[in-house]
Design a protein around this ligand. Structure first.
Ligand code: IFG
Length: 531
């Protein structure tokens, strides 16, 4: 159907509605529209307009910033969701004015500068809804908020009865931290592309904008490398527990990157080194200092492997591997791990990390490393990801004092593979139990002594998969704690309040039920009946 045709269709529908010929308003009593105050993450400001409601109807069109394919793509994602659950045509057309008087508008004009590149202003009146932003990323964020202001059934995969009402008012919103991440360990247990895409959909709902993929470890190598084909073919052939493992072809990795980018999620790939490298060492005997390849490993121990720091081949290896990965990764970061290098001497670790950081820079990327990397001299652009369980760490504080940016992933707050409690079947407990309130009850900007807000690039919730094998497992551990971490990354510290959060979190339950998300019904959260 051509744009013109769509406009004609819209005109016809509007005429029908105007003439009263259109179907009468639904008989079902309108459930109270979702409150503006219920959004997760909490917006910077939400000002309800009492008694004002916008109703999405068969006549509703989505108006987009003229000439912006990116905005049209965001609108297309919203239209697909609404068409599927309302059954309405939901045409997407260029806005014919910067101030549309009906429908849902996604515009790159009229937003306050204060919302930056990822924020937005959302206005809901009786006549129209307008999402305004300075960049398409902000419109995407505003659309995630709008989804939450519609009834949970808007997420349904089949047509549901309305009414489709949105409470009136204004939200002006923008993120606190730049890095709001989720990590998936696809090495211990391989997770197929479809699972990764589904997780991207789920984290994007909560304005998470980074997906850190842990692509290699002792138990598996998960990304095809053309110059070292055995890494994936042999190194990716198994996993924890001895299953068949798997790996992403480079095209599949490109698909994941593109799928994430359309949801304003940047992929940060990790090749862990010099430790956590048994899969690589098993794949190429020549990578080992003694020239002997170890067997593939399917257990869950850590710290026993190391690349051979003294061999020049090691640096050719990481240069070629990271070169291919850099070419496949539009984002500015390559994560090179660096954790638990117990089989690498401190001197060798420093030597290795010196060269590895230079190699990454040579491919035009910046390094992220687990915070162990600060034990070696780091480039000014290197980012350290804190995964400790204490609220002080001298070397990390010193690095921050020297201008190094920190991603906060304290294992006893943000590790989604930690059990909720002693009864949780999945997960581990080495960092302690993490119930929802533990995941929410901390401030990334003030958590580590000597690491102030300006040193904190953001937060990230890692999900290690020693005990996690399926999408249902991923969802059980990530929900409801991932939205808690997402709120810490997005919302102002001033909005931080457990009572408010657990109520808003509870209201997400019905949405997750409609979406089929296998979440943990934490007893710390008041879930509405039937959720
Ligand atoms: N620590 C290891 C991970 C994983 C994790 C499980 C880091 C940085 C324990 N390293 O966390 O490989 O095994 O909770």
């Amino acid at each position: 159907m051509t744009i013109g045709g769509v406009r004609l269709l819209t005109t016809v529908i509007l005429a029908l509605v105007g003439s009263g010929v259109a179907p009468a308003a639904p008989a079902t009593p309108a459930a109270a529209a979702v409150s503006l105050a219920s959004v997760v993450p909490a917006p910077v400001t939400a000002t309800p307009a009492t008694g004002v409601t916008y109703r999405v109807t068969a006549a509703t069109a989505i108006y987009t910033e003229p000439g912006s394919p990116a905005v049209a793509d965001v609108a297309g994602q919203l239209a697909a969701i609404l068409r599927r659950s309302t059954g309405y045509p939901m045409p997407v057309v260029d806005a014919s004015s910067p101030t549309p008087t009906d429908g849902i508008a996604l515009l790159l004009s009229g937003a306050p500068a204060s919302v930056g590149n990822e924020g937005y202003q959302l206005d809901v009146t009786t006549a129209s809804i307008a999402v305004r932003a300075n960049q398409p990323a902000g419109l995407f964020a505003g659309v995630q908020t709008l989804r939450q202001l519609l009834p949970p059934t808007v997420e349904s995969a089949t047509v549901q009865p309305g009414p489709w009402e949105v409470a009136g008012g204004r939200i002006v919103d923008h993120p606190r931290f730049a890095h709001r991440g989720a990590m998936l360990d696809v090495a211990r247990h391989f997770l197929p592309v479809a699972v990764v895409k589904r997780y991207i959909d789920e984290i994007a709902l909560y304005k998470v904008n980074r997906l850190h993929l842990h692509l290699s470890d002792d138990q598996g190598w998960r990304i095809a490398v053309n110059s070292w084909p055995n890494l994936a073919v042999y190194g990716g052939s198994t996993q924890v527990g001895g299953g068949t493992g798997g790996y992403y072809t480079q095209d599949e990795y490109r698909q994941i990157v593109a799928y994430a980018a359309a949801r304003y999620v940047m992929v940060v790939p990790e090749i862990d080194m010099p430790g956590h490298t048994n899969a690589a060492l098993a794949s190429y005997a020549e990578l080992n200092c003694d020239g002997v390849a170890p067997k593939l490993y399917t257990g869950t121990k850590v710290g026993f492997s190391s690349l051979c720091v003294s061999k020049e081949l090691t640096y050719t290896f990481i240069d070629q591997v990271l070169g291919e990965l850099a070419a496949l990764t539009p984002g500015p970061y390559l994560h090179i791990g660096g954790d638990e290098a117990s089989s690498t001497t401190a001197a060798d670790y420093a030597t290795f990390m010196n060269r590895a950081q230079q190699i990454v820079a040579g491919h035009g990327k910046s390094v992220v490393g687990w915070h162990d990397i600060v034990n070696a001299p780091v480039l000014p652009s290197t980012v350290a990801q804190y995964w400790g369980t204490t609220t002080s760490h001298a070397a990390v504080a010193a690095a921050a004092g020297n201008g190094i940016k920190i991603i906060m992933s304290p294992a006893n707050r943000s590790y989604l593979d930690m059990k909720y409690n002693s009864r949780t079947r999945l997960g581990q407990r080495w960092a302690g139990f993490i119930e929802v309130q533990d995941a929410y009850g901390w401030d990334p900007g003030a958590y580590l002594s000597g690491v102030g807000e300006t040193s904190v690039l953001g937060v990230e919730a890692p999900l290690w998969t020693e005990t996690i094998e399926t999408l249902a497992d991923v969802e059980y551990m990530a929900f409801p704690r991932l939205p808690a971490i997402a709120e810490l990354g997005w919302s102002p510290a001033s909005t931080h309040d457990w009572t408010s959060f657990q109520q808003r979190l509870g209201a997400q339950g019905p949405r997750w039920r409609v979406m089929g998300i296998n979440y943990y019904h934490s007893t710390q959260v008041s879930w509405p009946t039937g959720s």
